[in-house]
Design a protein. Structure first.
Length: 182
């Protein structure tokens, strides 16, 4: 199957593709200009320089953790739940509920919608492994953080810590000793 494309038409993809969360193959099929190129004729070597250049023009390269900040609370909670071990969807919901003492309740729509976007953004991946196939439901999908996901989680934690520090300086929280109390 051929794809219609014109030289330089991939430059807007880094901006446009990130907004619609599509991959490069989807972007290629959507840029209908002139001339037909077979998908077999296009490689990552041909495409990546265009994406990197477009990212530089936006001031961020595609794999900078800060490019995804600020995170939504749901995404950050999922990253935290996966920071210490692989979990399946229901396990992620249970971990978040327990860690927040029931203050943050995430429904399945929010969870699986976030997981889908996080997979597309390269923050998490399916592990493909189950702890014990005998004791576990084979339909469950387990997720784990990617290296990029760890970097994004750390960057968001630093961003939030800086905000808490400002709140302390403004006497909104008091000192560290009062964080749990008043």
């Amino acid at each position: 199957m051929g794809v219609n494309i014109m030289m330089g038409s991939l430059l807007p993809w880094a901006v446009w593709g990130k907004r619609c969360r599509c991959d490069i193959a989807d972007a290629l099929t959507m840029f209908v200009i002139k001339g037909t190129i077979s998908m077999a004729d296009i490689s990552a070597i041909d495409i990546v320089p265009f994406i990197v250049e477009a990212g530089r023009r936006m001031g961020k390269t595609p794999r900078e953790a800060e490019a995804l900040l600020p995170l939504t609370p749901a995404v950050f909670h999922i990253l935290l739940a996966l920071a210490d071990q692989e979990r399946h969807g229901y396990g992620i919901m249970q971990e978040i509920l327990a860690r927040t003492d029931g203050q943050f309740k995430m429904g399945p729509g929010t969870l699986y919608g976030s997981i889908k976007r996080m997979l597309a953004d390269g923050l998490i991946e399916e592990s493909g492994e189950q702890p014990d196939a005998q004791l576990d439901d084979e339909r469950r999908r387990y997720y784990r953080l990617t290296h990029f996901g760890q970097r994004v989680a750390r960057a968001e934690a630093r961003r939030l810590a800086a905000l808490v520090h400002v709140a302390q300086l403004k006497h909104l929280l008091g000192g560290p000793e009062l964080l749990g109390g008043q």
